[in-house]
Write a protein that binds this ligand. Structure first.
Ligand code: 13P
Length: 285
């Protein structure tokens, strides 16, 4: 089955498919093992930085190999900013692309989104777009960004954007930010705004970026109100790094990667399993 089938199923049955970003083979492996164990479809994502580090071709090859372990794994280019890079990702075998034109003037964002859709649709590739910048970055952040009323997605504007561009999915701004607050402060999610957006654009798949560090109850409410895809990155990065540091601190003599990394994979797998459970995507294939 294709990714669109699972997004439609998620919409109908009110659950969400997780997008788990990766920048190392271990993080990818951990997500796939979790998905297999939980019998869940998953999206794995690479941002510009992540895919440039891994290489687009290598990324596709790695995901193809993982599909031998669990076939329900889809690859998305996360926050693609340039048309040519998005085109390249499609050509080498990504299943879906996220064009992020949220920092561009609206007209330009629409123009490029249309161009991406025209290219992607011919090749059966799903397109996610973003109108309103979701602040922060995928790391532990000291000062959480201030999200004002004008930063939130406007339902009427979202409808016009969707009508013009015909994108499949829309990343919306409803209070989340990329990253996790060092203080542990949770983002303030505007559920009412989400419901208003949902009402206006019924068919579009609504995406929640900045999924790390969001309160469990807000994730549940968001899914109930129409979110069908949730992106997670920071919690996986943090687990990778803190586990690795701990192992190296406790075993200063150890130099063999295949003795060091299994624990890292195991800890990330646990995080992904918890998210799959929370998103309601277990046992959906
Ligand atoms: P977090 O890093 O907050 O999990 O956000 C991930 C994301 O939205 C990737 O696009």
């Amino acid at each position: 089955m294709k990714l669109k089938y699972y997004l439609q199923k998620a919409k109908r049955e009110k659950w969400a498919i997780g997008q788990f970003n990766f920048s190392t083979p271990e993080i990818l492996k951990a997500s796939v093992l979790a998905a297999k164990k939980m019998k869940a479809p998953i999206i794995v994502g690479t941002s510009g930085g992540e895919s440039r580090f891994l290489g687009l071709n290598e990324t596709v090859a790695m995901v193809k190999a993982q599909r031998k372990i669990w076939p329900f794994v889809f690859l998305n280019l996360d926050h693609g900013k340039l048309f040519n890079y998005i085109k390249e990702a499609i050509n080498v075998g990504y299943d879906a692309v996220h064009f992020d034109g949220s920092k561009l003037p609206p007209k330009k964002n629409i123009k490029i989104a249309k161009r991406v859709v025209a290219y992607a649709k011919k090749r059966n590739i799903l397109v996610e777009a973003e109108m309103d910048f979701v602040k922060g970055s995928s790391k532990i952040i000291g000062q959480i960004p201030e999200i004002r009323e004008e930063d939130l997605t406007n339902p009427k504007e979202a409808l016009l954007f969707i009508r013009e561009t015909k994108v499949d999915s829309l990343a919306i701004s409803i209070g989340t930010f990329h990253g996790v607050a060092a203080s542990g402060k949770k983002p303030d999610i505007k559920i009412k705004r989400l419901q208003e957006i949902q009402k206006k654009i019924k068919k579009t798949f609504l995406v929640l970026h900045g999924g790390s560090g969001v309160a469990t109850k807000d994730i549940k409410k968001s899914i109930k109100s129409g979110i069908v895809k949730i992106n997670i990155n920071t919690e996986l990065r943090a687990t990778y790094t803190t586990t690795l540091k701990k192992i190296l601190r406790e075993n200063p003599e150890e130099i063999v990667p295949y003795r060091i990394m299994p624990k890292v994979i195991k800890n990330i797998q646990k995080v992904v399993e918890e998210k799959i459970k929370l998103f309601g995507s277990a046992n959906r294939v």
